[in-house]
Design a protein around this ligand. Sequence first.
Ligand SMILES: CC(C)(COP(=O)(O)OP(=O)(O)OC[C@H]1O[C@@H](n2cnc3c(N)ncnc32)[C@H](O)[C@@H]1OP(=O)(O)O)[C@@H](O)C(=O)NCCC(=O)NCCS
Length: 158
Amino acid sequence: MKIHLNAEALTALKYCIRVADAFDCEDMAVLATQLGYPSTAQEIQRRIAEMKDRDRYAVYVAVDSNKKVIGWIGVYLFRAVEVDEFAEISGLVVEQSVRSHGIGAKLLLAAEEWARTSGCLHISVRSNVVRERAHKFYLRHAYAFTKVQKTFVKNLQR
Ligand SMILES: CC(C)(COP(=O)(O)OP(=O)(O)OC[C@H]1O[C@@H](n2cnc3c(N)ncnc32)[C@H](O)[C@@H]1OP(=O)(O)O)[C@@H](O)C(=O)NCCC(=O)NCCS
């Protein structure tokens, strides 16, 4: 369900950023679907539970005064042979009716703070070419555009 807020309601919007919990999964699933990754609450709950190593993964949520999750961000430590470990944002979404209110910026800050505390010198994000608004958002937050990539996926079940 899409909730429309008028300008006054948006100004009064109160929310906090905290670590995601199991009871957030229902709302997080709705937002994952808005992001373009249809998911059930059970799937979200299982995926977060599988991120057992809390030193390598973090998921933060933005929660409004009704305890409704209105945004989330995932971040993890990427380890590779060819580069030193760095942090990568795995997903970021803000409920569409409350965008442009600084919530995305606060979630980004939480992920960056986690990465800094984890000892990372860099944080990056891969973003689909069609997400032009998100690209402006990252540029505004001092993320440099470095390259365009193609993604290849192979189905291993057949
Ligand atoms: C990208 C996204 C997460 C940004 O979230 P957001 O909460 O709207 O982000 P912010 O409000 O911090 O900043 C976004 C805009 O609001 C403006 N803004 C920031 N604080 C504001 C405030 N207090 N009042 C009004 N506008 C504000 C910013 O100038 C920015 O403008 P822009 O439209 O030119 O980018 C959100 O648009 C989204 O979920 N998009 C769909 C999913 C997606 O693309 N995710 C990224 C995947 S890589």
